[in-house]
Write a new protein. Structure first.
Length: 134
C-alpha cells in the first residue's frame, strides 16, 4: 500500500511510500515561502544523519564538540570518490588539508581511502574534534 504525502495547503501533492520519498518535493514547495538566507539551512541533531547536497548549509546542535563526515556511494563499475577537509582561517587562507594521502592534521582524522565504494554504510569517514583545531 502506498501513502501520499503532500503539502495540502500549498496544493502540491507528491507520491511516495514514506516521508523520505517525498521530502525533496515537499522541501521545494516549502522553500518558496522562506527567506532566501534560510532556504538551504538545515539544523542537524544527534539522533539522525543528514544528507547534504551542493549549496546546503547545516547548523550543528548546541554543544557539539565534534562530528564525523561520511561519504558513501554505490555504482556499477569501479569509481573512486574521495572525502577531503580543507581548513581555512578567518581570512579564508588554507591552514590544513586532510585527505586520503594526508590522513591527519590537528583535530582531524581521515579513516582511510575506499577506492570502490563496496560495502554498506559510509565508504570514507573523516572525524573532526573541534576542541583540537586551532
Amino acid at each position: 500500500m502506498q501513502s501520499n504525502w503532500g503539502c495540502v495547503h500549498l496544493g502540491v501533492p507528491t507520491n511516495g511510500r514514506h516521508f523520505e520519498d517525498c521530502k525533496d518535493a515537499l522541501r521545494q514547495q516549502v522553500d518558496k515561502f522562506l527567506d532566501q538566507g534560510l532556504i538551504c539551512e538545515r539544523v542537524l541533531s544527534y539522533e539522525t544523519t543528514f544528507t547534504m547536497k551542493k549549496d546546503d548549509v547545516a547548523q550543528l546542535p548546541p554543544g557539539a564538540n565534534g562530528m564525523i563526515i561520511g561519504l558513501g556511494w554505490t555504482c556499477s563499475g569501479d569509481i573512486d570518490f574521495d572525502a577531503s577537509i580543507v581548513g581555512l582561517d578567518i581570512n579564508k587562507q588554507k591552514t590544513q588539508l586532510v585527505n586520503f594521502s594526508q590522513k591527519e592534521s590537528m583535530g582531524i582524522l581521515h579513516r582511510g581511502d575506499n577506492t570502490t565504494g563496496a560495502g554498506s554504510g559510509d565508504d570514507e569517514r573523516i572525524r573532526i574534534d573541534f576542541g583540537n583545531i586551532p
